[in-house]
Design a protein around this ligand. Structure first.
Ligand code: AMP
Length: 285
């Protein structure tokens, strides 16, 4: 595996591959890698000829007072994990943005609610960095995790709207054995905060179970989930249309339950799919 730190060197490498007709896969990350990240590499690896992973803690997607300055880092461990996953190039940029960088990419609608509502400017930072990364890596395929379900929807919309010739693949959310969604930020949690953090997945799963048992009223499902979450501060708990992320009142189509909350100073997010109950009595035959 080659480690590249310069933007020009990276682009020269990937343009060379593309001229040879090679399919380039890409997994962008902020590092401190765990099984959630490597699962995306495992998804990409058989679908491309060359695989690039980036590690860049992008200042544009952090708000004032967020954890940009203390985001966990482990470059040595990350490189070993990428190497083991069969990554060809690990891109860890030194100077990522030109000093006079002024362009931004902003996807409306799907980035407005949920995390976008609570972290103003966050998705604009994400779509801007991902656009520049796409320009540098020239991927034919890029993999993003369903852990960040809204981010995946925003990226899909950006790629469609801007006609970027890139296949976006979503990877399933990977959890720890106890059910906590794997996240680099879990490293911040005390044992007590982590135990309460588990209430996010417990609440979302309870909503999914109630829906599977026939409950279609979204307000009732949300009340059920909200009663189970043990956050110090709940940012949001929503049940939305799984595709458009638009608010719904009744569950008539596949839905997605998403939650974000603070456990101490640490903000955790989680989501599960919520499917309408199969009405056996109404099925034909
Ligand atoms: P991050 O390093 O947090 O920016 O995440 C980089 C990529 O890994 C994003 O596409 C995330 O959605 C994905 N990811 C992070 N955690 C998980 C997880 N537990 N399961 C699946 N994908 C994940």
């Amino acid at each position: 595996m080659e480690i590249i730190t310069g933007v020009d060197a990276l682009q020269a490498k990937t343009l060379g591959w593309r001229r040879e007709g090679l399919e380039v896969g890409f997994v962008p990350t902020m590092g401190f890698l765990h099984r959630g990240h490597t699962s995306l590499m495992d998804l990409a690896r058989p679908r491309c000829d060359r695989l690039v992973v980036s590690i860049f803690v992008n200042p544009l997607q952090f708000g004032p007072g967020e954890d940009l300055d203390r985001y966990p880092r482990d470059p040595g461990g990350d490189a070993a994990k990428c190497d083991a996953a069969g990554v060809d190039v690990l891109f860890i940029p030194d100077d990522f943005y030109p000093p006079d960088f002024t362009t931004s990419v902003d996807v409306a609608e799907v980035s407005l609610g949920l995390c976008g509502g609570k972290r103003p400017g966050h998705f604009k930072g994400v779509t801007t960095v991902v656009s520049r990364l796409f320009g540098l890596v020239q991927p034919t395929l890029a993999v993003f995790g369903e852990k960040d379900y809204q981010q995946l929807a925003v990226i899909r919309r950006m790629v469609r709207d801007l006609a970027m010739p890139i296949t976006i693949v979503g990877g399933p959310l990977v959890r720890d054995d106890d059910g906590l969604a794997l996240s680099s930020r879990n490293a911040y949690l005390s044992a007590e905060q982590r135990a309460r953090g588990l209430s996010l997945s417990r609440a979302l799963n309870a909503m999914a179970a109630a829906a599977a048992a026939g409950e279609r009223d979204v307000a009732a499902l949300k009340a059920l989930g909200a009663g189970l979450i043990e956050a110090d501060r709940l940012d949001y708990l929503e049940l939305v249309d799984a595709e458009s992320l638009a608010p719904i009142e009744r569950l008539e189509r596949p839905g997605r339950a998403l939650a974000a909350g603070f456990f101490g100073p640490t903000r955790l997010i989680d989501n599960v799919s919520v499917n309408v109950a199969v009405n056996v009595a109404a099925s034909p035959g």
